[in-house]
Design a protein around this ligand. Sequence first.
Ligand code: ATP
Length: 199
Amino acid sequence: MRVKKIRMVGFKSFADETVVSPQDGMTAIVGPNGCGKSNIVDAVRWVLGEKSGRALRGKSMEDVIFLGAETRKPAGMAEVEIIFDNVDRGLPLDMDEVAIGRRIYPGSPSEYILNGKRATRREIDQMLMDTGIGKTAYSIMEQGRMSEILKASPEERRSLFDEAAGISRFKAEKMETQKKLEDTRQNMLRLNDILREKE
Ligand code: ATP
């Protein structure tokens, strides 16, 4: 699985539609200070589910929308789409190409799009789990992340190994099932109380 295209429109400094197409092997993005290199990384993090506007170097999530310039009005929407080559089925969908998108309008929460259809954040998270490219995975190594990993506690570091080994999904499912069991246990207790009252 690899990124074929990153398409941005109205996102941060990319007022007009801009497409970045990484090539096979290594791709470097170079340019003068402030030209938008880090904004491309922000775009990828945003699509992969970043929840914090601050982590994307803004005050709130709406700050990802192009805020206008002297000669340009602010954008009415920000949208980013990443197209993955999925010939190797690295993503658990039986498709050669998978498009994950996210868009936001001023004053509204953002929405996700999977292969052109509205999707929930949960669907995207579940699809990315164990692929190494989820928001909390290790595919984006920004400044300071390496030392963060080296300083992390064994438990925190373990989660990276879980992701690489492909067991994050099972751990998440186990936790969800345990929560459902606990909810059911609480419901049973409450029902028993009601039954006792009625008897
Ligand atoms: P450096 O090499 O200095 O790290 P860079 O190429 O990584 O720079 P970025 O940090 O990606 O640059 O881009 C910064 C630019 O993006 C700034 O000029 C900033 O004004 C612009 N920018 C950020 N958010 C928005 C927005 N919402 N609307 C318009 N422009 C924005």
